[in-house]
Ligand binder design. Structure first.
Ligand SMILES: C[S@@+](CC[C@H](N)C(=O)[O-])C[C@H]1O[C@@H](n2cnc3c(N)ncnc32)[C@H](O)[C@@H]1O
Length: 190
């Protein structure tokens, strides 16, 4: 990822509204998600989801490329009275922080090789939560552009070493066409 891309993300975060709720998809999973242990939010942006997870009791690490997003996440965590570990990493080139994590979240960020790196980060039985718009989203929205979209039916092919607990591909209440998965690390056969 170039310096120009980092700047572009910094500008986007600068312009975005600071007051945003955690992802409705994530919140809909409240009963399934752990409330103790370690969580990792990949490309977690300004920290809305990470703070929500931390408020539930998880020890959360947020990774993002953007310094602006990381600074916003720090402010959000302070306001929420929680602490986050924040790491500036380029997930296209840098290794994610070492696990094991009880939960790994990646919402609205697509770098296909990263999905293969998720199972080794998870503790046995750990959960992976992922959501990304598909190409069909272009029928209603010009953004994200095609290079950031999943092909329809592609997501299951990217989930090696994980067992899908729920996998959907549909229009969401917010009018986006998204592929969403909750998957669990496969238990190792002794
Ligand atoms: C569409 S936003 C999603 C943020 C958050 N996950 C959410 O759902 O609100 C994409 C995020 O990916 C981050 N990002 C883009 N390229 C990245 C990279 N190569 N490494 C790490 N983070 C990256 C951006 O800074 C931005 O915060």
């Amino acid at each position: 990822m170039s310096q120009e891309d980092r700047q572009r993300w910094n500008d986007k975060h600068q312009q975005a509204s600071a007051s945003r709720e955690a992802s409705s998809f994530l919140r809909s999973l409240a009963d399934q998600l752990p409330s103790t242990g370690r969580a990792l939010d990949l490309a977690g942006g300004a920290g809305h989801d990470a703070c929500w997870l931390a408020q539930r009791g998880l020890d959360v690490t947020l990774v993002d490329l953007s310094d602006v997003a990381l600074a916003q996440a720090e402010g959000l965590a302070r306001d929420a009275g929680v602490s986050l570990t924040r790491l500036r990493l380029d997930l296209e080139t840098d290794a994610p922080p070492p696990g094991p994590f009880d939960l790994v979240v990646c919402l609205n960020y697509l770098w296909r090789p990263l999905l293969a790196a998720v199972p080794p980060l998870l503790a046995p039985g750990g959960l992976f939560v992922f959501a990304q718009p598909t190409r069909r989203n272009l029928q209603r929205h010009p953004h994200p552009s095609a290079r950031f979209l999943l092909e329809e039916g592609e997501l299951p092919t990217l989930l090696q070493g994980l067992q899908s607990l729920s996998l959907t591909e549909d229009w969401t209440d917010a009018g986006r066409h998204e592929a969403r998965v909750v998957a669990q690390k496969l238990q190792q056969v002794p």
